[in-house]
Design a binder for this molecule. Structure first.
Ligand code: PLP
Length: 272
C-alpha cells in the first residue's frame, strides 16, 4: 500500500530529458506521468527534437554548460525527491549531468535516480550520439538506483547480442548490476511472448514482472512513461520492487486507455 504525503508536500520529481513536441515521449510524457501520479514535476531539457507521432526528423543538443546551469540553479532552490534521466543527447550533456549528480550525492542525502538509457527512437532515429554510449555506461549508470533498458539498450550497454528469451534477459539484468547500477529492470516488450515480462535484478536476485500485452499501435513513449512512473512513485513505497510494480500497473492502464486515442495522421503539410 502506497504512503501518502501531507497536503502541500507532493513528491517532487525531476525529468532530465529531451523534448518531444508531439507529446507522446520525452519530457512531455514525463511531466504528464508525474502529474497523473500526484507528483510535482520539474524538467531540465537536454535537447530538442523535431518529431511527430510517426518519427523524429531532427535532434539539437542543449549546450553542456546550459544543462549544468539548469541543474545547479534548480537544486540550489528545490529539494528534489526523485530524478528520471531520459535522452541525454551527446557525450558533453551526459558528462554534465553526471558531474552535477556526483556533487549532489557528496553534499548529502541525494534523490532517487532512475536512468532510462535512451539511444534510438522506435522509428530508428538516433537520440544519443554513438560516442556517448560509453559515457552513459561508465558515468551515469553507476549513479543510478535503477536503470531501465529495453533489450537493444541492455545489449549495447553490455556489449553483447540482444537477449532472445526470458533466461537471457534475466542474465543481462544481473550483468548490468556489475556495471554499477543498484537495480536493473530489463524490459521484455521486444520479446515475442503472450505477456510482457520484465526482469528486475537487485542485490537479492532477479524477479520476473509480468503484465498483459496490450494490443495497441499507440506505444510511442512507453519507456519514458514507465521510467518516470518508477521515479515519482518510489518515495511512496518501501523499496523498489513495489514501486516498479505500481509503475508497471500504471503503464498497463495508460496503454489500455491509449488505444482509444486518435492523435496524429490528420495534420496539414506545410511548405513546398
Ligand atoms: N523523443 C524523445 C525526446 C525521447 O526521450 C524518446 C524516448 O525515450 C523518444 C523520442 C522515443 O520514443 P519511442 O521510442 O517510444 O518512439
Amino acid at each position: 500500500v502506497a504512503r501518502t504525503r501531507p497536503p502541500g508536500h507532493p513528491v517532487v520529481a525531476l525529468t532530465i530529458a529531451g523534448s518531444d513536441p508531439s507529446g507522446g515521449a520525452g519530457i512531455q510524457a514525463d511531466l504528464k506521468t508525474f502529474a497523473a501520479l500526484g507528483g510535482y514535476g520539474c524538467a531540465v531539457l537536454t535537447g530538442l527534437t523535431a518529431q511527430s507521432t510517426t518519427g523524429v526528423t531532427r535532434v539539437l543538443p542543449v549546450p553542456g554548460d546550459v544543462v549544468t546551469a539548469q541543474l545547479e540553479t534548480l537544486f540550489a532552490d528545490v529539494a528534489v525527491d526523485a530524478v528520471k534521466i531520459g535522452m541525454t543527447t551527446d557525450a558533453v550533456v551526459a558528462r554534465a549531468i553526471a558531474a552535477v549528480l556526483r556533487d549532489l550525492r557528496s553534499a548529502g542525502p541525494a534523490p532517487y535516480v532512475v536512468l532510462d538509457p535512451v539511444m534510438v527512437s522506435t522509428s530508428g532515429h538516433r537520440l544519443l550520439e554513438a560516442d556517448a554510449e560509453a559515457v552513459l555506461r561508465d558515468e551515469l549508470l553507476p549513479l543510478a538506483d535503477l536503470v531501465t533498458p529495453n533489450l537493444p539498450e541492455a545489449a549495447v550497454l553490455l556489449g553483447v547480442e540482444p537477449a532472445r528469451d526470458a533466461t537471457e534477459a534475466a542474465d543481462q539484468a544481473r550483468a548490468l548490476l556489475k556495471l554499477g547500477a543498484r537495480l536493473a529492470l530489463v524490459k521484455g516488450g521486444h520479446l515475442d511472448s503472450a505477456e510482457s515480462v520484465d526482469h528486475l535484478a537487485g542485490p537479492d536476485g532477479v524477479v520476473a514482472l509480468a503484465a498483459p500485452r496490450i494490443a495497441t499501435r499507440n506505444t510511442h513513449g512507453t519507456g519514458c512513461t514507465l521510467s518516470s512512473a518508477c521515479a515519482v512513485v518510489r518515495p511512496l513505497h518501501d523499496g523498489w520492487e513495489p514501486a516498479v510494480r505500481a509503475a508497471k500497473d500504471y503503464l498497463t492502464e495508460t496503454l489500455r486507455a491509449a488505444d482509444d486515442l486518435v492523435i496524429g495522421g490528420t495534420g496539414t503539410a506545410l511548405g513546398p
